[in-house]
Design a binder for this molecule. Structure first.
Ligand code: ASP
Length: 433
């Protein structure tokens, strides 16, 4: 029991150590060349980047094998459509609720009112061109699946893999060895995830130490009203709205859910990437919460790409903030457009670090707010990105569990068992023990 509990706690301790060390370096050693060259841009940078690569390395093979197993395990194409539709509608609902809450709270608090543009140093922000919605739809189908796998385009990978797996079912007996092979490969990939999780404390430490030595907490001060509103709404959504929906739809205990999601949240927080966190989310949802692979393998990667509640919250608050700074009144129609645009924008963009700002540029453009306003909030975006990614991943897992419960593809015993799926000690095959 003792050994089992230590993994999440260990990651948490190393995360705090990284945060403290990074902040100390930022406060007292930001000019010391030795510390910057050998620690921040040397050791921490290399360790952190290695860890992110390790996680990203798992995503494509894990999603592929897991999804083939999942679809073949379902054995019923109608069920697949139903699971997809339920998940999609719930993703839209929670994202719309998230941004509505953000706009409401921000309108009441009024961040950015009386803000002097000279209070913060602004860097230039050039908005990247956003793809039209027609292109987003066309791009769902890969013209070359190998290119889709190579570039890690999640929606294209999901599309091709589901089609492939459905055809395995259609071919029947002859194709069964492929399904069985995918099942074994999936087992192996899950084991790789477990191995990587043993390295996680040090990877998380390095990521935190690097981020916080570069991003002093002092940056937040001039932007405190914006920062605080985003942080509070993120908390309200994750612990409030999402958990109410979770309880209402699944009748399961939200506290157990939140406790078991802690590891995935820490990964999301330190990597700022829902995509890179997919392996850990998938593991937590299947092994800790007891969701069947048939549901999790599909809904988790789908959610990591199209469901971004935390990002929507940032966009809501940022829009109100920028409108206040520039003294522009958006009116009800303007805010409704923001809600619609933010929900649409989250569908076409993947969960990778910083993508929220690109989505925000689309939203601002649509309602006629100055896109340069983004330069104001860029300084604190790195820290908010970490927080909102943790909320994004929580939303993905909550909806996966709700859908699984409604499809009766969840083991309630596993869900209620506090020890289920804890990362155990690993033993290399040759170790004598
Ligand atoms: N980093 C976020 C994610 O991966 C997206 C964003 O808000 O920039 O979910």
């Amino acid at each position: 029991m003792q050994a089992k509990q230590t993994m999440t706690t260990k990651i948490l301790i190393w995360m705090c150590a990284g945060l403290i060390l990074g902040s100390l370096i930022n406060a007292v050693a930001s000019e010391v060349a030795f510390v910057q060259d050998y620690l921040v841009n040397g050791l921490f940078h290399v360790m952190g980047a290695l860890f992110i690569n390790l996680l990203k390395m798992l995503v494509v093979p894990l999603v592929t094998f897991s999804l083939i197993c999942g679809v073949c395990g379902l054995g019923d194409i109608n069920k697949l459509g139903r699971v997809g539709l339920k998940a999609f509608l719930l993703f839209l609902l929670t994202t719309a609720l998230a941004i509505s809450l953000a706009i409401t709270v921000a309108s009441i608090v009024g961040p950015g009112q009386g803000f002097e543009l000279s209070d913060v140093t602004t860097s230039n922000f050039t908005a990247p061109a956003s793809p039209p919605i027609t292109q987003v739809i066309i791009d769902l189908v890969p013209s070359n699946p190998i290119a889709a796998y190579a570039s890690g385009n999640m929606l294209q990978i999901i599309f091709f893999t589901i089609l492939f797996a459905v055809c395995i079912l259609m071919v029947g007996e002859k194709a069964r060895p492929i399904a069985e092979a995918a099942e074994r490969l999936n087992e192996v990939m899950m084991q790789v995830v477990t191995v990587v999780m043993h390295i996680a404390p040090y990877g998380v430490f390095a990521l935190m130490a690097k981020t916080f030595s570069l991003q002093g907490l002092g940056l937040i001060l001039p932007m405190i009203s914006y920062f605080a509103v985003v942080a509070v709404v993120l908390l309200l959504h994750a612990a409030g709205t999402l958990m109410v929906i979770f309880k209402l739809f699944s009748k399961l205990d939200p506290l157990i859910f939140l406790r078991k999601m802690r590891t995935a949240q820490i990964f999301a927080f330190s990597t700022s990437s829902s995509n890179a966190t997919i392996p850990v989310t998938l593991r937590s949802v299947e092994k800790r919460l007891g969701v069947d692979n048939s549901t999790a393998s599909f809904v988790v990667p789908f959610g990591a790409t199209i469901n971004m509640d935390g990002t929507a919250i940032m966009q809501g608050v940022a829009t109100v903030f920028i409108a206040n700074v520039y003294g522009i009144d958006l009116g009800l129609m303007g805010y409704l457009t923001v809600i619609g645009m933010a929900v649409l924008a989250s569908i076409g963009t993947a969960g990778v670090p910083g993508v929220g700002l690109i989505m925000l540029a689309m939203v601002l453009n649509q309602v006629g707010l100055p896109v340069e306003g983004i330069a104001l909030i860029m300084g604190v975006d790195r820290l908010l990105d970490m927080m909102r990614t943790a909320v994004n991943v929580t939303g993905d897992a909550a909806i996966t569990t709700i859908v699984a419960k409604s499809e009766k593809s969840i083991s309630i015993d596993t869900f209620n068992d506090p020890d289920a799926g804890q990362v155990e000690e690993i033993h290399l095959p040759h170790s004598k023990k």
